[in-house]
Design a protein around this ligand. Structure first.
Ligand code: ADE
Length: 367
């Protein structure tokens, strides 16, 4: 049985702290959802880099894309179809928008769940102009019919549609303008091989290094007209789980806190205090990360525990745990995964303030 020492990381099994606005003791004005969305979208567009030279990190990917852009431009061809895979928040949509800007074409953004009926994808394909980019997020979730319409479209820029039903049904081929498909997925292995094989470039996005995230935080702060010290930026970067989307989100929350505190600059101390208040601990683990890890320790004796069982015990969605939370925990040594399930590591026990567990005895030793 694991014994918890007192620790400054909040225990997710305790009820959540009261509403942040109440903790900060300021009044909240509720915006309509629409106003909220528009403001967020506007800010998002402002902070996204527009050119490959402004994009920080993912050096190898940038090199490959630079070459692909130069080659496609010199041949006056569209870019090769590109599959980007990796955890969420690492910049797949941003890359797609940058490619469109660099090639001087439009980028239509959609996601597999929005392409449910055959006419969703056909409508999109026939609306393209030569060279345009279609970005399909969560491409591993495409249904079979949509996927089969994409095969000739990707390979021969041709749409095969069936007109009529039964014995009188006829297939017609409609030519399409040359285009580029950018597919994004958190799970490259979940893509069918015929679809995967139709991508000319397949690239993984990696978690960002601390120095890269620090540059991203400083860049975004400048765009948002927010003053931040070097160590303030490092503190935010350190807690961002290698993910620019999280870094930028934390920066905005810290900026709110600093504004309410009437301070002029985001310093290391202010950033740390604000993020502690938001339940983001010194290693960047948030409330849900700690809930998952604590549950494995307390309810499954450290593991192994199956994904379904962890999802049921925590009340979190199975896919969200697998695709959003787990990759960082696995890559940073908080979790290990075998065919028997997920197990927490000694680092997790230490981080959450538990005494290290007794090494487990093997079956043979017990006999
Ligand atoms: N904002 C979000 N991701 C970024 C990146 N990779 N480079 C620059 N700014 C960013």
């Amino acid at each position: 049985m694991a014994i918890k020492r007192s620790s400054d990381s909040p225990d997710p099994q305790q009820p959540r702290k009261k509403n942040l606005a109440k903790q900060l003791n300021y009044e909240v004005t509720l915006l309509s959802p629409q106003a909220n969305t528009q403001e967020t979208e506007h800010n998002e567009a402002k902070i996204r880099p527009q050119k490959l030279v402004d994009y920080i990190g993912q050096k190898k990917l940038k090199g490959i894309l630079n070459m692909a852009i130069a080659a496609a431009k010199s041949r006056a061809d569209p870019l090769d179809h590109l599959l980007l895979y990796g955890p969420p928040g690492l910049g797949k949509t941003t890359i797609s928008l940058i490619l469109a800007a660099e090639m001087g074409v439009d980028c239509k953004i959609t996601s597999a769940p929005a392409l449910e009926r055959p006419r969703d994808i056909t409508g999109l394909l026939v609306s393209l102009k030569p060279g345009d980019i279609i970005f399909i997020d969560e491409i591993h979730r495409l249904n079979r019919m949509t996927e089969e319409l994409l095969y000739p479209a990707m390979e021969d820029f041709r749409l095969d549609v069936t007109i009529g039903k039964g014995q009188t049904a006829k297939t017609r081929s409609i030519p399409l303008p040359p285009f580029t498909l950018v597919g994004a997925t958190t799970k490259a292995g979940a893509l069918s091989s015929p679809l995967r094989d139709r991508f000319g470039i397949i690239q993984r996005l990696r978690f960002y290094e601390l120095d890269e995230l620090t540059l991203i935080v400083k860049r975004t702060a400048e765009i948002l007209n927010t003053s931040i010290s070097e160590t303030g930026a490092i503190e935010i970067a350190r807690r961002s789980r290698g993910t620019p989307r999280i870094a930028n989100r934390l920066l905005r929350r810290v900026r709110d806190y600093v504004q309410v505190e009437k301070a002029k600059t985001i310093t290391e101390d202010l950033a740390a205090t604000a993020m502690n208040l938001f339940d983001v601990d010194a290693q960047g683990l948030d409330w849900t990360d700690r809930l998952v890890l604590n549950t494995i320790i307390k309810q499954f004796n450290g593991g192994p525990a199956g994904l379904e069982a962890i999802a049921a015990a925590t009340g979190e969605d199975r896919k969200t745990i697998e695709e959003v939370y787990e990759p960082y925990l696995l890559q940073n040594g908080y979790l290990s995964r075998t065919h028997r399930g997920r197990t927490v590591t000694a680092k997790t026990y230490r981080h959450l303030g538990y005494d290290a567990p007794e090494p487990k005895q093997t079956q043979i030793e017990l006999l």
